[in-house]
Write a protein that binds this ligand. Sequence first.
Ligand code: FDM
Ligand code: MG
Length: 211
Amino acid sequence: MGPIKRGALIVFEGCDRSGKSTQSRRLAELLKSRGIPTESLNFPDRSTDIGQVINSYLTNSKDLQDEVIHLLFSVNRWELMGKLRQKLLAGTTLIVDRYSYSGVAYSVAKGMDFDWCYAPERGLIKPDAVFYLRAVPDRLAERSEFGEERYEKVEFQSRVSAVYDRIFSNESTYWHQLDASVTADELHFLIAEIAEKLLPKVTTQPLDKLS
Ligand code: FDM
Ligand code: MG
């Protein structure tokens, strides 16, 4: 018997309401239906102590300095890395709704320095693939629930979108940019096609780190 193949780390990124939750759920369902051990999670993980502070910030019941909330988002990923690594090495594929790139995109959109924002992400497990659901922010506002949380303003989302575009141009080797304005079925089809080709390739490779 050969060694256990590791799971893949697959991340969804994009502005609020770009369809990440729907698409990550549908991809997870598809992989599970194919018998691939798969789990879903999202960042921020609001269930931890730090996650609860982040939640208070996002729901506007707490104010924090920009640097402080930025680092808390990063710590929230670091506190879960051991668990994620264990699951991946045990063969479970992880579908993650938001990761380090959200951390960078939302903070840089506030005017913070790009390199400063990226620094605490170095060393975290590097995703095997990032699906970047690219949407025009004006269209996002038409979707339900937009506007309830701190960052859900059209003007802010367009700045977030510009930072995502910048990250995409640096990370294009493992980023897959997809037009989020097509139907959910079309989007799912495109994502499924990429994921199915990717999985057998990456699961024999060692885990990498963000550098
Ligand atoms: N967000 C999310 C950040 O600002 N930094 C981060 O590191 C992460 C993971 O939190 F507005 C922002 C993005 C979004 C908000 O995310 C909550 P969800 O996906 O809407 O719950
Ligand atoms: Mg949101």
